[in-house]
Design a protein around this ligand. Structure first.
Ligand SMILES: Cc1cc2nc3c(=O)[nH]c(=O)nc-3n(C[C@H](O)[C@H](O)[C@H](O)COP(=O)(O)OP(=O)(O)OC[C@H]3O[C@@H](n4cnc5c(N)ncnc54)[C@H](O)[C@@H]3O)c2cc1C
Length: 294
């Protein structure tokens, strides 16, 4: 398959393991794995791609469950060329899609800007946060997005407004075949010490209530309209419930941990069991927030 491509400057690998790129550390290999050198390199790759070769755009793997059989297509992971922050004016700045959340929070703190404190708790990239409309502590990605630059499957680039992105709770109009390249973020002025105080307070709350150092993918399920998913799972007595190496966290019932040598199948079985218990006890259908890739 690699021989179909020529003139690439990035890294193209066949049968490449994906587990090390994910926070859960499970899953099989990608048929092809490509890290483009830059946007031109990516467009060149896409122009040579056979129409039947599926694409998956991976960020920092903090919200992913990859199947044990891996992904029978090409996984494209943006590299450091796509990690940057450029100031546009006092409150407006452009951020590359592969920039990790903590760097965005650091930048805004240093510039006395408020609205991005939550990024200091997200282990993912801006691209993943936009796709998922990630958020916590009352802040969401949608609140600070001015515009988003994306790459279409045909290789064309277009700019989406905040409204175009159709942000909703943990989702957006960024479909799986669209790649976020960068975004313009807008914050408002705040007090530098207050911003720091807020981030520290949130970090303390997180450390007390979530397994932040364990191998997880964050919240496994979205919160249903009836309340917090964690509360329903906890009330089913499932904290600590384990299948193979996958366990419902003892610290937070909506986090699933890889406590040993878990397989993706262990996590899928645990997902099904938890869904079934919550359905039987509360008649609530829990919808996964974690993206399952096969
Ligand atoms: C310990 C922990 C805590 C977390 N806490 C929270 C939290 O409080 N709130 C919250 O909302 N989430 C949380 N998460 C989940 C996760 O961090 C966010 O959803 C994150 O923003 C995903 O970014 P990523 O780069 O890791 O994306 P990935 O996990 O790699 O991918 C997630 C989805 O985004 C897509 N994607 C990634 N990059 C791009 C791109 N450039 N263009 C288009 N699509 C892209 C992928 O195709 C996939 O569909 C947590 C995760 C962990 C491990």
């Amino acid at each position: 398959m690699i021989e179909l491509f020529s003139g690439l400057r990035g890294k193209l690998l066949a049968n490449h393991p994906l587990a090390p790129y994910t926070w859960l550390k499970v899953g099989g290999p990608a048929k092809l794995f490509f890290e483009p050198a830059d946007l031109d390199d990516l467009k060149h790759f896409l122009s040579q791609r056979p129409a039947d070769l599926r694409i998956f755009y991976m960020g920092l793997g903090s919200n992913l469950l990859i199947d044990d059989s891996g992904f029978n297509g090409v996984v494209i992971r943006l590299g450091k060329t796509f990690s940057f922050i450029n100031s546009l004016d006092d409150t407006l700045f452009e951020v590359g899609a592969f920039t990790v959340g903590v760097l965005i929070a650091k930048y805004t703190h240093e510039h006395s800007l408020t609205g991005c404190e939550f990024f200091s708790h997200l282990p993912g990239s801006l691209g993943g946060a936009i796709k998922m409309n990630a958020g916590c502590f009352g802040q969401e990605t949608k609140d600070i997005i001015e515009s988003v630059t994306v790459l279409n499957p045909d290789g064309s680039v277009r700019v989406l407004s905040n409204t175009d992105c159709q942000f909703v709770y943990r989702n957006s109009a960024i479909t799986n075949d669209i790649l976020v390249l960068s975004a313009v973020l807008k914050c408002s002025y705040g007090d530098m010490q207050e911003i720091k105080r807020m981030m520290n307070e949130q970090t303390a709350k997180r450390n007390a209530s979530q397994p932040v150092t364990a191998k997880t993918a964050g919240s496994f399920f979205k919160n249903p309209s009836e309340g917090a998913a964690a509360m329903f799972i906890d009330q089913c007595g499932l904290k600590g419930y384990t299948i193979g190496g996958a366990q419902v966290s003892l610290k937070h019932a909506n986090f699933f941990e890889n406590v040993g040598d878990a397989s993706a199948t262990d996590f899928l079985k645990l997902r099904d069991h938890v869904q079934q218990c919550v359905k039987e006890k509360f008649n609530i259908d829990l919808i996964p927030e974690v993206k399952y890739i096969k």
